[in-house]
Ligand binder design. Structure first.
Ligand SMILES: Cc1cc2nc3c(=O)[nH]c(=O)nc-3n(C[C@H](O)[C@H](O)[C@H](O)COP(=O)(O)OP(=O)(O)OC[C@H]3O[C@@H](n4cnc5c(N)ncnc54)[C@H](O)[C@@H]3O)c2cc1C
Length: 332
């Protein structure tokens, strides 16, 4: 049995920002991450020599603190402003520019953002939290590792930085359950397509209304930072309604259906490589803005994009707010 002062579950953007803020204040902590890399939904898929951002496509920076971080990442050549014009394809087939905003992408891919945030953080990768129990003023955390080994970690404080739906599986306080049950996160099927040569289109990124262009909700040509072998890489997202109705669909069929619709909009006959990823908990929580949940009596905090309007900036800000709450209310 191992001991830790604070355990953070999840090394996505919210878990990383929370951890970094606490570490900067000298707090001793440990992060448990079930995947082998940081980033969660802000990650990239490697196919041969080519990377595809199959989760978050870009991020915006609107709040002063997050703008400051973005500036640092820019100076370090870890992010760059997205130069693509993003268009909305209206139901009548006309194209409109989305309102102007500063949008950023990771260099060479979106994984650059979590990679930068995770430097020197104590993260146990490939470590899945299976169950938690609060008793005698400590958290008992059951974990599993890839070799099938199960362990227990004891912590004074537990900080969850995972999607709301996933948190409901755990024995969290009733006051958390009451709030979390209102968050239904939407799934998203993402398809990655490689083309030998550049497609003949002036479109780089397109938002679509799922009900009109079913199943598509988003298509984007990936910025050309990769040194891979392919002429052009595109990512396509299916909308939440279609994704939810087809959770169990075979990957090849998903690729075929999404490509058919894609080629109706952007003239192309063949792709040379393809892949797909189902995000079961892609997005949600946009209308709720309380930033985090906390229960001092059981020393537990929950943060994540779902608590702060969704998206990368919301996740990052939620993690910082959760850390601040710990520093002001929990730390003794
Ligand atoms: C398809 C798609 C497109 C998107 N597009 C954009 C976009 O263009 N712009 C934008 O700003 N945002 C976008 N987003 C949203 C953005 O990716 C998220 O808001 C943000 O990454 C969420 O970060 P998070 O830390 O809250 O959660 P997550 O990224 O989900 O991180 C949670 C982490 O916890 C880990 N974990 C979960 N359960 C356990 C467990 N039991 N034990 C250990 N570890 C666990 C997971 O592996 C994961 O690493 C998109 C998301 C998706 C899926």
């Amino acid at each position: 049995m191992e001991k830790a002062r604070i355990v953070i579950v999840g090394a996505g953007i919210s878990g990383l920002s929370c951890a970094r803020h606490l570490m900067n204040q000298g707090v001793n902590l440990r992060i448990l991450e079930k995947s082998s890399r940081p980033g969660g939904r802000c990650s990239s898929h490697k196919s041969h020599d080519d990377f595809y951002d199959h989760g978050a496509q870009y991020f915006t920076a609107r709040t002063p603190l997050f703008k400051k971080l973005t500036e640092i990442l820019k100076i370090n050549n870890q992010v760059e402003e997205l130069t693509h014009a993003i268009k909305q394809l209206s139901d009548d087939g006309s194209l409109h520019d989305l309102p102007d905003a500063h949008r950023y992408v990771g260099i060479p891919n979106m994984e650059a953002v979590p990679n930068a945030l995770s430097v020197n953080l104590p993260i146990d990768y490939s470590t899945k939290v299976e169950a938690i129990k609060y008793a005698k003023k400590v958290w008992k955390i059951n974990i599993s590792r890839p070799n099938g080994r199960h362990d227990i970690i004891i912590a004074d404080t537990l900080i969850f930085a995972i999607p709301a739906d996933q948190m409901l599986r755990f024995d969290v306080p009733d006051c958390f359950k009451e709030t979390l049950q209102h968050f239904k996160m939407d799934p998203c099927w993402a398809v990655m397509l490689g083309f030998k040569t550049a497609l003949e289109t002036s479109v780089s990124a397109l938002r679509l209304n799922e009900s009109e262009y079913q199943p598509l909700s988003w298509v984007m040509k990936k910025p050309d930072y990769s040194s891979g072998s392919i002429g052009e890489r595109w990512v396509i997202h299916a909308g939440p309604r279609w994704s939810r109705s087809n959770l169990e669909m075979d990957s090849k069929q998903v690729i075929s259906i999404l490509f058919d619709k894609f080629s109706d909009i952007i003239d192309t006959k063949n792709f040379c490589s393809s892949g797909s990823k189902l995000w079961r908990y892609a997005s949600g929580g946009r209308s709720h803005q309380f930033r985090y949940l906390a229960d001092l009596s059981q020393s537990i905090i929950a943060c994540g994009d779902w608590a702060n309007g969704g998206r990368i900036e919301g996740a990052w800000t939620s993690g910082i707010a959760a850390a601040e709450h710990f520093l002001t209310e929990f730390k003794c």
